[in-house]
Ligand binder design. Sequence first.
Ligand SMILES: Cc1ncc(COP(=O)(O)O)c(C=O)c1O
Length: 369
Amino acid sequence: MLRLSKSVIGIEEINAVTKVLENEYLGMGDNVKEFEELLSSYFNRPTVCVNTGTSAIHLALQSLGVDKGDEVLVQSLTYVATYQAISATGAKPISCEINPKTLTIDLEDAKRKLTPKTKVILPVHYGGGVGDLNKLYIFAKENNLRVVEDAAHAFGSIYKDKLVGAFGDICCFSFDGIKNITSGEGGAILTDDKTILERIKDARLLGVQKDTDKRYSGKRSWEFDVEFQGWRYHMSNIMAAIGVEQFKKFPGFKAKRQDLAKLYQTEFSNIERIKILDHNYQEIVPHIFTIQVDSDQRDELKEFLSANGVQTGFHYFPNHLLSKFKIQDLNLPLTEKLHKNLITLPLHPDLDEEDVKKVSKLIKDFLKV
Ligand SMILES: Cc1ncc(COP(=O)(O)O)c(C=O)c1O
């Protein structure tokens, strides 16, 4: 079976984890510090690591003071993690349409949904692409909104000559098992806002003040104060040890993902019945490769590919159609139509060109194009 996505793990990660286990300090300590320092120098920006991408978004929002009664503008077409992270603060996710070219948030729809309760706009960098991020920041500035970027898919992507995460307000990454790099599970928050950074550092350790500094200098906090709600969201040394090795391998992972995506693009170019995203894979490091086909054929295509040893996925079922996030009378016609056309093809660094050609040929044979 050609897998849709997978972790790519070698002896380096195994040895690094073994070393942490032999050291018998599994929690948050030197390895997490090392991983944060690596990321900080890559992005040239302070980085705080946490246990998942979901908790990264939750902490970013909480640290901005987002609370019950507040609203967060977000596209419906995202993983439910984005929505749960927003609702964990008590705030309401306000579902927006997508731009069909990039599957990122439709700013015009976001503008229509702006209210005095809107505190944050949360763009999701679908498939590694960020859409018109400059315009989004202008919109946020004009309306006094903070921006929390869900960059779970976009580790390593470039936007206007800058690394995604290296600029902007607050940026959240995920390092779960199948992302562009993994730490088993994991996440990171990047921002230049010192107040937010300090709050996030405490909040990931149950709100224990300055616990990060203590742990990084080999000490523990015995007598301390807690002023606000915190969570058990820190990263462990085991996770960070994997993350450090994955980061070293990232140039190879990046090139492979980009080459495979370019090949898919070539295979599907000029085929009217297969739509692909308008992405420049010199700049974007794709986490997933999604195509659009006729909704009447999509499910059958999935079954056909599966029968031929190819695993595929659907990214995503719209969140505004989930029981928890349904709002009466809310319709997002484009999202509701378009999600039924989407099918995600295998993409990970262990695939080779022949695999992509095989998948592409099967799809073209099935669609008779
Ligand atoms: C778009 C998006 N946002 C957020 C997340 C949450 O990341 P994590 O799985 O690390 O909690 C994911 C991961 O699956 C994702 O795909």
